[in-house]
Design a protein around this ligand. Structure first.
Ligand code: MG
Ligand code: ZN
Length: 204
Protein backbone atom coordinates (compact mmCIF):
# COMPACT_ATOMS: atom_id res chain seq x y z
CA UNK A 1 0.00 0.00 0.00
CA UNK A 2 2.80 2.42 0.92
CA UNK A 3 4.82 1.49 -2.18
CA UNK A 4 1.80 2.26 -4.37
CA UNK A 5 1.32 5.55 -2.52
CA UNK A 6 5.00 6.47 -3.02
CA UNK A 7 4.77 5.84 -6.79
CA UNK A 8 1.73 8.09 -7.17
CA UNK A 9 3.31 10.72 -4.88
CA UNK A 10 6.36 10.80 -7.15
CA UNK A 11 4.10 11.39 -10.18
CA UNK A 12 2.41 14.23 -8.30
CA UNK A 13 5.80 15.70 -7.36
CA UNK A 14 6.80 15.75 -11.05
CA UNK A 15 3.42 17.22 -12.07
CA UNK A 16 3.85 20.01 -9.48
CA UNK A 17 7.48 20.67 -10.47
CA UNK A 18 6.51 20.96 -14.16
CA UNK A 19 4.10 23.75 -13.15
CA UNK A 20 6.48 25.41 -10.69
CA UNK A 21 3.97 24.80 -7.87
CA UNK A 22 5.48 24.71 -4.40
CA UNK A 23 3.51 22.37 -2.10
CA UNK A 24 3.72 22.01 1.67
CA UNK A 25 2.03 19.33 3.75
CA UNK A 26 1.01 20.73 7.16
CA UNK A 27 0.59 18.19 9.93
CA UNK A 28 -0.13 18.47 13.66
CA UNK A 29 -2.36 17.09 16.37
CA UNK A 30 -5.92 18.46 16.33
CA UNK A 31 -6.11 22.06 17.54
CA UNK A 32 -2.49 23.18 17.03
CA UNK A 33 -3.63 26.11 14.88
CA UNK A 34 -2.94 25.00 11.29
CA UNK A 35 -6.04 26.67 9.87
CA UNK A 36 -5.42 29.92 11.77
CA UNK A 37 -1.81 29.98 10.56
CA UNK A 38 -3.02 29.41 6.98
CA UNK A 39 -5.60 32.21 7.23
CA UNK A 40 -2.87 34.68 8.25
CA UNK A 41 -0.40 33.31 5.67
CA UNK A 42 -2.93 33.71 2.84
CA UNK A 43 -3.81 37.25 3.95
CA UNK A 44 -0.14 38.26 4.17
CA UNK A 45 1.39 36.38 1.21
CA UNK A 46 -1.55 35.99 -1.15
CA UNK A 47 -0.90 39.24 -3.01
CA UNK A 48 2.66 38.18 -3.88
CA UNK A 49 1.83 34.73 -5.24
CA UNK A 50 -1.43 32.81 -5.91
CA UNK A 51 -2.21 30.36 -3.08
CA UNK A 52 -4.41 27.27 -3.11
CA UNK A 53 -5.33 25.02 -0.19
CA UNK A 54 -6.35 21.38 0.18
CA UNK A 55 -8.13 20.83 3.49
CA UNK A 56 -8.20 17.38 5.07
CA UNK A 57 -10.62 16.55 7.88
CA UNK A 58 -12.60 13.45 8.77
CA UNK A 59 -15.88 15.37 8.44
CA UNK A 60 -17.29 18.88 7.81
CA UNK A 61 -16.49 21.75 5.45
CA UNK A 62 -15.71 24.07 8.39
CA UNK A 63 -12.00 24.66 7.72
CA UNK A 64 -12.54 24.98 3.95
CA UNK A 65 -15.17 27.66 4.64
CA UNK A 66 -12.67 29.58 6.80
CA UNK A 67 -10.05 29.39 4.04
CA UNK A 68 -12.61 30.34 1.36
CA UNK A 69 -13.44 33.48 3.36
CA UNK A 70 -9.86 34.70 2.76
CA UNK A 71 -10.61 34.66 -0.99
CA UNK A 72 -8.34 31.67 -1.65
CA UNK A 73 -9.26 28.64 -3.77
CA UNK A 74 -9.76 25.57 -1.61
CA UNK A 75 -10.90 21.95 -1.83
CA UNK A 76 -12.08 20.01 1.21
CA UNK A 77 -11.28 16.30 1.40
CA UNK A 78 -13.28 14.33 3.98
CA UNK A 79 -11.57 11.10 4.96
CA UNK A 80 -14.56 9.67 6.92
CA UNK A 81 -13.13 6.92 9.10
CA UNK A 82 -9.65 7.57 7.66
CA UNK A 83 -7.05 9.40 9.73
CA UNK A 84 -4.70 10.82 7.05
CA UNK A 85 -4.55 12.03 3.46
CA UNK A 86 -2.95 9.77 0.87
CA UNK A 87 -1.56 10.44 -2.60
CA UNK A 88 -4.76 9.29 -4.36
CA UNK A 89 -6.82 11.83 -2.35
CA UNK A 90 -4.19 14.46 -3.21
CA UNK A 91 -4.43 13.59 -6.93
CA UNK A 92 -8.24 13.88 -6.94
CA UNK A 93 -8.09 17.17 -5.00
CA UNK A 94 -5.57 18.56 -7.52
CA UNK A 95 -7.90 17.56 -10.40
CA UNK A 96 -10.64 19.68 -8.84
CA UNK A 97 -8.44 22.53 -7.62
CA UNK A 98 -6.34 22.89 -10.79
CA UNK A 99 -3.82 25.26 -9.10
CA UNK A 100 -2.18 27.82 -11.41
CA UNK A 101 1.47 27.61 -12.45
CA UNK A 102 3.83 29.37 -10.07
CA UNK A 103 1.44 29.09 -7.13
CA UNK A 104 1.87 28.04 -3.53
CA UNK A 105 -0.14 25.02 -2.41
CA UNK A 106 -0.78 24.25 1.24
CA UNK A 107 -2.19 20.89 2.25
CA UNK A 108 -3.71 20.86 5.73
CA UNK A 109 -3.58 17.22 6.72
CA UNK A 110 -5.98 15.52 9.15
CA UNK A 111 -4.99 16.39 12.74
CA UNK A 112 -2.88 13.35 13.61
CA UNK A 113 0.84 13.00 14.38
CA UNK A 114 1.06 9.30 13.51
CA UNK A 115 0.27 8.06 9.98
CA UNK A 116 0.57 11.36 8.04
CA UNK A 117 4.31 10.84 8.62
CA UNK A 118 4.19 7.73 6.41
CA UNK A 119 2.16 9.05 3.48
CA UNK A 120 4.05 11.07 0.90
CA UNK A 121 1.66 13.40 -0.97
CA UNK A 122 4.27 14.64 -3.45
CA UNK A 123 4.90 17.77 -1.37
CA UNK A 124 8.19 19.69 -1.29
CA UNK A 125 8.25 19.44 2.47
CA UNK A 126 6.24 18.41 5.48
CA UNK A 127 5.71 21.14 8.07
CA UNK A 128 4.78 19.94 11.55
CA UNK A 129 2.96 22.39 13.81
CA UNK A 130 3.04 21.95 17.59
CA UNK A 131 1.46 24.44 19.97
CA UNK A 132 2.63 25.53 23.42
CA UNK A 133 -0.56 24.14 24.97
CA UNK A 134 0.81 20.67 24.21
CA UNK A 135 3.65 18.83 25.96
CA UNK A 136 7.23 19.85 25.17
CA UNK A 137 7.99 16.13 24.83
CA UNK A 138 5.80 15.55 21.74
CA UNK A 139 8.82 15.21 19.39
CA UNK A 140 10.00 12.27 21.52
CA UNK A 141 6.56 10.65 21.60
CA UNK A 142 5.92 11.04 17.84
CA UNK A 143 9.47 10.85 16.44
CA UNK A 144 8.49 9.69 12.92
CA UNK A 145 6.46 12.83 12.27
CA UNK A 146 9.19 15.13 13.55
CA UNK A 147 11.88 13.20 11.66
CA UNK A 148 9.90 13.53 8.40
CA UNK A 149 9.44 17.30 8.74
CA UNK A 150 11.49 19.97 6.98
CA UNK A 151 10.24 22.59 9.43
CA UNK A 152 8.82 22.58 12.95
CA UNK A 153 6.51 25.47 13.79
CA UNK A 154 5.87 26.06 17.49
CA UNK A 155 2.56 27.95 17.52
CA UNK A 156 0.60 29.96 20.11
CA UNK A 157 3.69 31.64 21.62
CA UNK A 158 1.32 34.40 22.84
CA UNK A 159 0.17 31.84 25.45
CA UNK A 160 3.68 31.06 26.78
CA UNK A 161 3.23 33.15 29.98
CA UNK A 162 0.19 31.05 30.94
CA UNK A 163 1.36 27.50 30.24
CA UNK A 164 4.06 25.14 31.40
CA UNK A 165 5.80 24.71 28.04
CA UNK A 166 9.59 24.55 27.73
CA UNK A 167 10.50 26.00 24.31
CA UNK A 168 14.19 25.09 24.73
CA UNK A 169 13.42 21.49 25.69
CA UNK A 170 10.94 21.08 22.81
CA UNK A 171 13.53 22.38 20.33
CA UNK A 172 16.16 20.07 21.79
CA UNK A 173 13.79 17.06 21.52
CA UNK A 174 12.92 17.95 17.91
CA UNK A 175 16.62 18.15 17.03
CA UNK A 176 17.30 14.84 18.77
CA UNK A 177 15.06 13.09 16.19
CA UNK A 178 15.86 15.44 13.27
CA UNK A 179 19.24 17.16 13.78
CA UNK A 180 19.03 19.63 10.89
CA UNK A 181 15.38 20.63 11.21
CA UNK A 182 14.57 24.32 11.38
CA UNK A 183 12.36 25.43 14.25
CA UNK A 184 10.23 28.55 14.08
CA UNK A 185 8.20 29.78 17.08
CA UNK A 186 5.16 31.82 15.99
CA UNK A 187 1.86 33.18 17.14
CA UNK A 188 -0.63 32.87 14.29
CA UNK A 189 -2.95 35.10 16.35
CA UNK A 190 -0.59 38.01 17.16
CA UNK A 191 1.69 37.56 14.14
CA UNK A 192 4.82 37.26 16.29
CA UNK A 193 7.50 35.25 14.45
CA UNK A 194 5.48 34.61 11.28
CA UNK A 195 8.06 36.52 9.22
CA UNK A 196 10.45 33.61 9.92
CA UNK A 197 7.85 31.21 8.46
CA UNK A 198 7.55 33.36 5.34
CA UNK A 199 11.35 33.56 5.04
CA UNK A 200 11.52 29.77 5.21
CA UNK A 201 8.86 29.46 2.47
CA UNK A 202 10.85 31.89 0.28
CA UNK A 203 14.00 29.85 0.80
CA UNK A 204 12.23 26.74 -0.53
MG1 MG B 1 -7.84 22.86 10.72
ZN1 ZN C 1 -4.09 7.31 9.20
Amino acid sequence: MLAKNDLLAQEIREWLAARDILAFNLTSSPGAGKTTLLERTIRELGSARPISVIEGDQETLLDAERIKATGCSVVQVNTGAGCHLDAEMMRRALDTLDPPSGSLLFVENVGNLVCPALFDLGERSKVVVISVTEGSDKPLKYPHMFAAAGLVIINKTDLLPYVDFDLEACSRHARSVNPDVQIVPVSAVSGEGVIDWYTWIDAQ
